[in-house]
Design a protein around this ligand. Structure first.
Ligand code: ZN
Length: 189
């Protein structure tokens, strides 16, 4: 589980740097006029994170524009961690489990931080995104997921039991496909 320790899952600045590097490998792309690498960063105290201004058209934008993170008040590193958790979990992850994995327990009150509602909303929006292009066509038709079994007892089983792990992976892919039929959640959080 070394990847889960990655800085962009726990630190907001690192999360923004990660998203910007993924979206803009050749420098910031203005979503208004399309010019590449011609925007400067706005660093005011009250300026929202990652805000840039295009030199050509003078319009502001961030790397989250047009993504499921746009207009969200949930920190970006929580979004990235949620995606990682949902995509790396072979049998799927419940909103309740996501909630417990994304936030810790307040040491004073003993209460779980974050909220189930927020975790549910995130899971819903991430599943919706997985049903959009270019992800949707990657899970079209017959989906084959490579898998391995580590352990000694599996070979003792005969018949259908041996296909257990493959079935789980297929089940995960199918679950994503079925969930993707729902519409994009519109409520902002
Ligand atoms: Zn522009």
């Amino acid at each position: 589980m070394a990847t889960i320790q990655a800085k962009h899952y726990h630190d907001e600045d690192a999360a923004w740097a990660h998203l910007e590097a993924l979206r803009w490998p050749d420098g910031p792309v203005c979503p208004h006029c399309g010019i590449i690498g011609e925007a400067f960063k706005l660093n005011g105290k009250t300026t929202r994170k990652g805000l840039r201004k295009c030199v050509a058209c003078r319009e502001p934008f961030t790397a989250t524009i047009g993504t499921i993170f746009e207009d969200s008040h949930i920190p970006l590193h929580k979004w990235l961690l949620a995606i990682h958790l949902m995509c790396s979990s072979k049998k799927g992850i419940s909103a309740h489990q996501l909630w417990r994995n994304l936030w810790d327990v307040d040491p004073i009150s003993g209460k779980q931080r974050g909220s189930y509602r927020t975790a549910w909303f995130m899971a819903h929006r991430i599943r919706w995104a997985l049903g959009q292009e270019p992800m949707a066509s990657k899970l079209a038709g017959i989906v084959e997921v490579d898998d391995t079994y580590v352990g000694g007892k599996q070979r003792l089983r005969a018949g259908p039991g041996r296909t257990g792990p493959q079935h789980s992976a297929w089940q995960a892919a199918r679950t994503i496909r079925e969930s993707s039929r729902c519409s994009r959640p519109s409520a902002r959080r």
